[in-house]
Design a protein around this ligand. Structure first.
Ligand SMILES: NC(=O)c1ccc[n+]([C@@H]2O[C@H](COP(=O)([O-])OP(=O)(O)OC[C@H]3O[C@@H](n4cnc5c(N)ncnc54)[C@H](O)[C@@H]3O)[C@@H](O)[C@H]2O)c1
Length: 243
């Protein structure tokens, strides 16, 4: 019987999700990389398989139950589910529309709920779910809808952890700070530079730094940690200025 543990990672075609997929494959998982961008996903996974890592692609929209269900049917077991798919866009609070607000909640919250629930239904004791929230959950300007969505992810993580602890499934969240990915690089370069300047060390995190925290929470030794949010942000969440 094949005992290679199976890890699903959503949003794995690029950025943080891709770094997590790569890291978990190096950790010995068979990684099923899920994303809605089929071409980008297949191109991203090619170098990994060439390195001998065990990764397969699953094209799915995390907001669509049937699509996620179908993608997961190919694997009878799930040991780890990482929900990294997400979107971001800027809007001042006074200009925010219901459409922009609900789209943000749909992808970031419902798109975490569906794969997490599908995974939990297939997991046995020892299973792990890791959500990706954000330091932005603590607040910020010009992205109230994103703040609301990521606060909801933290709440959902805690609620899932409570309901799933009897099944011995641990559920935690990693809250990245500003990270260098296609998402943040899609901003004008001067805005990227302004954001970087606000970071404690004056530069963005690398996706690998975020992936390392996910790898820790997915490892067998951390089964007693559940319902927690691990901020990986160089200390920016500590706030305040000091002398
Ligand atoms: N980059 C940052 O500074 C930062 C900071 C904190 C949190 N995050 C969070 O980390 C996660 C990854 O962010 P990133 O910067 O790598 O973003 P990214 O845009 O570079 O990658 C996100 C991936 O998610 C996929 N995706 C989006 N919607 C999807 C859907 N409905 N179904 C399937 N796949 C979908 C995209 O196709 C893309 O491949 C997101 O949840 C984001 O909110 C990012």
């Amino acid at each position: 019987m094949n005992k290679t543990p199976i890890a699903f990672v959503t949003g794995a075609a690029q950025g943080i999700g891709l770094a997590i997929a790569k890291r978990l494959a190096h950790d010995g998982f068979h990684v099923v990389a899920m994303d809605r961008q089929a071409d980008v996903l297949h191109a991203a996974l090619q170098p990994l398989t060439q390195q001998g890592l065990v990764v397969s692609a699953a094209v799915a929209d995390v907001c669509d139950r049937d699509s996620v269900h179908q993608a997961m049917q190919t694997h009878p077991r799930v040991d780890v589910m990482v929900c990294a798919a997400g979107i971001y866009n800027d809007a001042r609070f006074l200009d925010l529309t219901e459409l922009a607000f609900t789209q943000m909640l749909q992808v970031n919250v419902v798109g975490t709920f569906i794969p997490a629930q599908e995974a939990a239904r297939r997991m046995v004791a020892g299973g792990r779910i890791v959500t990706i929230s954000s330091r932005g959950a603590l607040g910020g300007t010009r992205f109230a809808h994103y703040v609301a969505s990521k606060s909801a992810v933290i709440g959902l993580t805690r609620a899932m952890a409570m309901e799933l602890r009897d099944k011995e499934i641990a559920v935690n969240s990693v809250a990245p700070g500003f990270t260098d990915t296609p998402m943040t690089r899609s901003a004008p370069p001067e805005m990227f530079a302004q954001w970087e300047a606000l970071e404690p060390r004056g530069k963005a995190a690398s996706p690998d730094e975020i992936a390392h925290a996910v790898s820790f929470l997915a490892s067998p030794q951390t089964h007693f940690i559940t319902g927690q949010t691990l901020f990986v942000d160089g200390g920016k969440s500590l706030g305040g200025l000091s002398i």
